[in-house]
Ligand binder design. Structure first.
Ligand code: NAD
Ligand code: RM4
Length: 254
C-alpha cells in the first residue's frame, strides 16, 4: 500500500542518513520528493537518482538551514516544480560531541542555529505554503530520544532536540485550525555519520547496544515507517505527538 501517493514531500538534510532514507522511502510510497542538502553535491545527486529509480520525481536544492532564506527558497522551489507542498520532514542536524566545560561558543551557537533555528524556519516556511494552499498538510520533525534524556558530550545538542519536540507541540496548536498536523519522531541511536566517530569507540558502542531491548542499534531505514506514517493520512487524527523509535532504549532502566 502506498501512503503518500500524489503528495509533494520536502526533506531537509537528505543527502545522508535518516533524511536520505526518509526521502527515498517517501518516493517508494508514491511521493515526489524535494531534498535540501548542505554541501555534498554527489550525495545529493545519488539520493535524487534513488528517488527517480522508484518512478517518482526528485529535486535537490542546496542550502544551509541555519539561514532563514534557505527555507523560503527551498519551499518556493518545491512549489514551483511540483505545484504544492504537502509534507515537510525537518531532519537536518549536527551533533559535534564536546565536553561541557570546554564548549566553544561557536560550537554551541552553530548547533543551536542549525538544529533549532533551522527547524523553525523550515517548518514556518512550509506551513505558510500549506496555509495558502488551504487544504492542510503534515510536518514531521526529527527530534531525538535526547529530547528526553541527557548526554555528557551533548549539552549543546540535547536542548535543541527538546526544542524541536516542543516546537511540534506548539505548532500543532497554532496550525490545527488549518488542518496541518505537526509531530516528531524521537530516534534512539541510529548508525549514521553523525555518530560515526563517537561509536568508533568499541566500548561505547557495545554499551549503547546493550541498552537496547531489541538487541541492536538502529539503521536509517528503521526511521522510514514511522516518518511515512506520521506524514500520511493514516495519521489524520495524530498531531502534537512524539514517537520514540529507539528499539526500547528509553524505557530500559533495569
Ligand atoms: P547525518 O549526519 O547522516 O545527517 C544529518 C544531515 O544534516 C546531513 O546530511 C548533513 O549534511 C545535514 N546538515 C547538517 N547541517 C546542515 C545545514 N546547516 N544545512 C542543511 N543540512 C545540514 O546524521 P543523521 O543521524 O541522519 O541525522 C539526521 C537527524 O537525525 C539529525 O537531526 C539528528 O539530530 C537526528 N537524530 C539522529 C540520531 C542518530 O542516532 N543518528 C538519533 C536521534 C536523532
Ligand atoms: C541522538 C542520540 C544518539 C546519538 C546521536 C548523535 O540524539 O543521542 O545516541 O548518537 O544523537
Amino acid at each position: 500500500m502506498k501512503l503518500l501517493e500524489g503528495k509533494t514531500v520536502l526533506v531537509t538534510g537528505a543527502s545522508t542518513g535518516i533524511g536520505r532514507a526518509a526521502a527515498i522511502g517517501a518516493a517508494q510510497h508514491g511521493a515526489n520528493v524535494v531534498i535540501n542538502y548542505h554541501s555534498r553535491d554527489d550525495d545529493a545527486d545519488a539520493c535524487i537518482a534513488a528517488i527517480e529509480a522508484t518512478g517518482q520525481r526528485g529535486l535537490a536544492v542546496k542550502g544551509d538551514v541555519a539561514e532563514a532564506a534557505t527555507a523560503t527558497d527551498f519551499v518556493a522551489k518545491a512549489a514551483a516544480e511540483f505545484g504544492r507542498v504537502d509534507v515537510m520532514v525537518s531532519n537536518a542536524g549536527i551533533c559535534p560531541f564536546h565536553s561541557f566545560l570546554e564548549m566553544p561558543a561557536e560550537t554551541l551557537e552553530r548547533t543551536l542555529r542549525v538544529n533549532l533555528h533551522g527547524a523553525y524556519y523550515m517548518c514556518q516556511a512550509a506551513a505558510k505554503a500549506m496555509v495558502e494552499q488551504g487544504d492542510g498538510g503534515a510536518i514531521v520533525a526529527v527530534s531525538s530520544i535526547s529530547a528526553l534524556v541527557g548526554g555528557e558530550y551533548q549539552t549543546h545538542y540535547t536542548p535543541t532536540k527538546a526544542g524541536v519536540h516542543s516546537l511540534m507541540q506548539s505548532t500543532a496548536i497554532a496550525l490545527g485550525r488549518h488542518g496541518i498536523r505537526c509531530n516528531s519522531v524521537l530516534p534512539g541511536t541510529i548508525l549514521t555519520e553523525i555518530n560515526k566517530d563517537d561509536l568508533a569507540d568499541e566500548g561505547k558502542r557495545k554499551y549503547m547496544e546493550s541498552r537496547v531491548p531489541l538487541g541492536r542499534l538502529g539503521q536509517p531505514e528503521d526511521m522510514v515507517g514511522p516518518i511515512v506514517f506520521l506524514a500520511s493520512d493514516m495519521a489524520a487524527y495524530v498531531t502534537g505527538a512524539a514517537l520514540l523509535v529507539d528499539g526500547g532504549m528509553f524505557v530500559n532502566l533495569q
